[in-house]
Design a protein around this ligand. Structure first.
Ligand code: KG4
Ligand code: ZN
Length: 354
């Protein structure tokens, strides 16, 4: 079954053709990163307009790259949420129009489910339950996956998402958008033990996260307000010379270590409590090498497998949506039923009925 997938939930316009949930025949992406770098973050209105410009060319290229005609396509899928309403609307309305015009079924797909199915694309079999950690620019969620599209939310962030914290710290360090890859690159030359940033909520017996305090601690450390995390005066003040390269690298490395320690500790705790067959690590922050490595090593200790998203499907893409849709295809809608499908910016993963 060939599914044409469309993903426009944030700042990437993506389309893919995926056969039977596993065989990615094409995966095309048009990124808005350069545009949003100018403003230091995504401006939703601008993102939506750019999605509108790119969605049809990207879909056309996905078909061409897959060497597929419309006659080869059996269903269309689209990210219905969560995400930014303007960008989501572009994808959803385009997918509805294409499905209606071609007489194809439409499968509405959850973006976070896509991030988790990206970890399973290369797995030959399923073995429930899985424990899933989704870490992206908008979400940090720990879920149990009991079956196809059956999610139970264990915990989530109370404020900033992990990727959002990376992006904000990137901005504080004067790095380009999105901050995650740049912060982790800078961290390579830093000392992760240089600054004792807080490990938020680790002492609490739940699976929730909080990253805004950590971001504030970084802000203080770089001299943009108050005392540093240790209570001592900020290591750097704005009136000083520009922060030394080594100092910036130490901040990046110490921040990254604090995020990774927190994510790993809570995930390992959940793995011990719920005994999943494997742990899935998905979302843009899953591209972080330290996180991948630290989680793998900690899970080896408690004899759990880690299935990480292949790097090309870690950040937003449509292949993961095509894979997730195949396993949720019984939720497809046809004909007039298409008109009832609407974008849902707050679509929760738990109890995710498609
Ligand atoms: O999943 P994604 O592409 O978009 C959302 O659904 O939000 O995730 C994007 C997030 C951004 O916050 C970006 O900074 C972060 O993933 N990210 C990283 C890395 N690569 C991307 N964070 C840390 N380390 C990385 N190597
Ligand atoms: Zn995402």
């Amino acid at each position: 079954m060939n599914i044409l997938a469309i993903e426009t939930s944030c700042d990437e316009t993506a389309a893919a053709v995926v056969a039977d949930g596993r065989d990615v025949r094409s995966s095309v992406l048009s990124s808005q990163m350069k545009t949003h770098d100018v403003t230091g973050g995504v401006v939703p209105e601008v993102a939506a307009r750019m999605q509108l410009e790119m969605v049809i060319p990207v879909v056309a290229e996905a078909l061409t790259t897959a060497k597929a005609e419309w006659a080869d396509i059996d269903a269309v899928t689209v990210t219905r949420g969560p995400g930014l309403i303007g960008p989501l609307l572009v994808g959803v309305e385009t997918a509805k129009a294409l499905a209606y015009a071609r007489g194809l079924p439409l499968i509405p797909t959850n973006h976070l489910a896509g991030h988790l199915y990206a970890c399973l694309i290369e797995e030959p079999d399923f073995a429930w339950p899985y424990l899933g950690l989704v870490v992206s620019g908008g979400h940090t969620e720990l879920v149990l996956m009991h079956g196809h599209h059956q999610f139970e939310l264990l915990g989530s962030t109370r404020d900033d998402a992990a990727g959002e914290a990376f992006d904000k710290v990137g901005r504080l360090l004067g790095l380009s958008y999105p901050g995650g890859p740049h912060v982790s690159k800078l961290a390579e030359s830093g000392n992760a033990a240089a600054i004792g940033f807080p490990r938020p909520m680790l002492d609490q017996n739940n699976f929730d996260f909080s990253f805004s305090g950590l971001k504030t601690a970084v802000r203080q450390e770089v001299g943009l307000g108050g005392a540093g995390p240790t209570g001592r005066a900020a290591a750097h003040s704005l009136s000083d010379q520009p922060m030394a390269d080594q100092q910036r690298a130490d901040v990046a490395a110490s921040f990254q270590q604090a995020v990774v320690d927190t994510l790993v500790a809570k995930t390992v705790r959940a793995a011990e409590r719920f005994s999943p067959s494997a742990v899935l690590l998905g979302g843009g922050v899953a591209a972080n090498l330290l996180l991948r490595q630290a989680l793998k090593e900690s899970l080896e200790y408690c004899k759990k497998r880690l299935l990480v998203t292949p790097p090309e499907y870690a950040t937003d893409n449509a292949a993961m949506i095509g894979a997730a849709a195949f396993w949720g295809r019984e939720q497809s809608v046809n004909d007039e039923g298409l008109f009832g499908v609407s974008a849902d910016p707050g679509w929760q993963l738990s109890g995710s009925v498609m």
